[in-house]
Design a binder for this molecule. Structure first.
Ligand SMILES: [Zn+2]
Ligand SMILES: [Zn+2]
Length: 139
């Protein structure tokens, strides 16, 4: 039997992605202290909002883009966030929201570090697809 494939819905260009993951959704709707995590990626320290599962996925994808550390911590790092723009962005509701699987992660960074993080995530996804393609699939 051929596999049934449905066309993925094409979202509006400037619509925010609505995550299918309810825990991401509630974290994005009311980002509080408990739902903010900090991604340490090379020299970047980027506050992120999402559920634990999708934050971890975001981290592991970004980890493909660095030979150094890609860590997720759930408390403000020692020394804090050095970039003043990123510190302000944590209080700014206009965040970049990145779809991660069926969830979504908001990047609470200044435009420079936010786009750097999103770019790294995109690079990591491509790397992961390449890795996946070279592995035998078990499904
Ligand atoms: Zn989620
Ligand atoms: Zn910044």
């Amino acid at each position: 039997m051929p596999p049934l494939e449905t066309d993925p819905a094409v979202p509006g260009a400037d619509e925010r992605p609505t995550p299918g993951c309810r825990r991401c959704l509630s974290a994005l709707r009311s980002p509080g202290r408990g739902s903010v995590a900090f991604l340490l990626l090379d020299t970047l320290t980027v506050p992120l909002v999402g559920c634990d599962e999708h934050l971890e996925r975001f981290r592991s994808v970004c980890g493909h883009t660095t030979a150094a550390r890609a860590e997720l911590i759930d408390h403000r790092p020692a020394g804090g966030i050095t970039c003043p723009g990123c510190r302000l962005a944590a209080h700014n509701p206009r965040q970049a929201v990145v779809p991660v699987g069926d969830g979504a992660v908001a990047v609470l960074a200044c435009s420079e570090h936010g786009s750097e993080t999103v770019r790294r995530f995109g690079t990591g996804l491509r790397t992961r697809r390449t890795l996946d393609a070279s592995l035998p699939t078990s499904e």
